[in-house]
Design a protein around this ligand. Structure first.
Ligand code: PLP
Length: 416
């Protein structure tokens, strides 16, 4: 029996307030009371400049402003306009051309792509696997369609991808269900900043192939590349794609790509899900089932965002302008991460290995209490299970340098 007056819980546990939103509100309140310069708000999941303003790629804004009324007023096809599909494949894959059957369906951001993968490739009641540190909305999305999240341990004691934990969890879940959806967020994982290297990827492929080698079970490997364009060298970070070719037919790869960060179009809600498979019928089926789910949830997606990306990819000068502008910001972000890491090393903070991205995580006991201790000094972070998530995307480099000793002290104050 649910406690709702009118609503049905449908097996979901629904908090009354979003946790990050709540902490962000407290940070804003304190900034209004004592002055923004005395508050460090490291909760925000968007890239901010050193003055705390949202980074918006001006080259993208120019394209948006040049759109015609039809570009935003007209309905788009459910799967996306043909030009958008071509453009987003290039955006996701870069210069790599998959030697596999692919199919692409437009989605409202990466979120929609993740939702429709879980909906179509797992059964109600199934568990979906991701790492122990994960983006909280994975849980919301899974619960909302009556699935649950199971986790493996992301890194081993040497700080490498924990293939042993990954393998044992896959085997455990496949002994209970007919198939399994696995969510891997890389490169520049949220919340840790971990990126799988090629050796890690080879392990992922070895383990997944072994797990379904007898042909009796199915695996869907969702690669959430929401931070792909902020992970360092754009070509280098796409080198794992060829490893995903030639997998057996009972392993489906789904790449979920988002325009939120890469094109600073967070609010325009655009992205895509792209499958890779060696079997044309499986690719066709992907298009059919994912279009059906799109129709049954948000229908079609934002046409203006599709037109914007299509224009950018139709003009090499424009594309290079956008890429160069983004690269500048990416450099700033990487520098913030490096500064945080160096300062953290000096005070021996226990961080999950950071490579790139919007966030770093510090392991600690009693994370909620440590978070509150930091708030007393005007420092706002997000407690996430076994530690604190610090958004380096939202604070300037000098704060990235100054925070580690303060976090270290707060951990000592709370845990002794
Ligand atoms: N995946 C991860 C790990 C994210 O952090 C985000 C955004 O914060 C997304 C996917 C998708 O975001 P959107 O739905 O805005 O594309």
């Amino acid at each position: 029996m649910s406690n709702y007056k009118m609503a049905e819980a449908n097996h979901r546990i629904i908090p009354t307030e979003d946790k990050i939103f709540g902490i962000n509100q407290s940070a804003k309140k304190m900034a209004a009371e004592i002055g923004a310069d005395k508050v460090v708000n490291a909760t925000i999941g968007s890239l901010l400049d050193n003055d705390g303003n949202l980074v918006i790629l001006s080259s993208v804004v120019e394209v948006l402003k040049s759109l015609t009324p039809n570009d935003y007023a007209e309905y788009a096809p459910i799967t996306g306009t043909p030009d958008f599909i071509k453009a987003i494949n290039r955006a996701a894959f870069g210069s790599y051309v998959p030697n596999a059957y692919t199919a692409t369906v437009a989605t409202p951001g990466g979120t929609g792509a993740i939702r429709n993968t879980i909906q179509n490739y797992s059964k109600r009641g199934d568990q979906v696997l991701t790492s122990d540190w994960y983006w909280a909305p994975y849980n919301t999305i899974a619960q909302d369609i009556e699935r649950t999240i199971a986790t493996f341990t992301l890194t081993d004691d040497k700080g490498k991808f924990n293939a042993v934990s990954f393998e044992s969890k896959i085997n455990e879940l496949l002994s209970k269900q007919d198939g399994l959806v696995i969510l891997l967020n890389t490169p520049a994982h949220n919340p840790t900043g971990y990126s799988l290297d090629l050796e890690d990827w080879n392990n992922v492929i070895r383990v997944t192939k072994n797990a379904v080698a007898d042909g009796k079970k199915k695996l869907t490997l969702l690669v959430d590349v929401a931070y792909l364009d902020y992970a360092g060298d754009e070509e280098e970070n796409r080198k794992f794609f060829p490893l995903l070719e030639g997998l057996p037919e009972n392993i489906l790869v789904v790449i979920t790509y988002s325009l939120s960060k890469s094109y600073t179009m967070y609010g325009m809600r655009s992205g895509a899900m792209i499958c890779m498979t060696g079997n044309k019928e499986i690719a066709d089926e992907f298009k059919t089932v994912c279009s059906f789910s799109a129709r049954g949830t948000w229908s079609n997606c934002n046409r203006a965002a599709m037109a914007t990306l299509s224009h950018i990819y139709a003009d090499n000068n424009l594309l290079s302008k956008v890429t160069k502008e983004r690269q500048q910001y990416c450099k700033t972000l990487l520098q913030r991460g490096k500064s945080f890491q160096e300062a953290a090393n000096e005070v021996s903070l226990n961080m999950v290995p950071f490579v790139a991205g919007f966030f770093v995580t510090v392991r600690c006991e009693n994370a909620e209490a440590v978070g509150l201790e930091l708030q007393k000094q005007g420092i706002f972070t997000v407690p996430v299970g076994k530690g604190l998530r610090v958004s380096i995307a939202s604070i300037p480099e000098e704060k990235c340098k100054s925070l580690p000793p303060l976090i270290s002290q707060a951990i000592k104050n709370v845990n002794g």
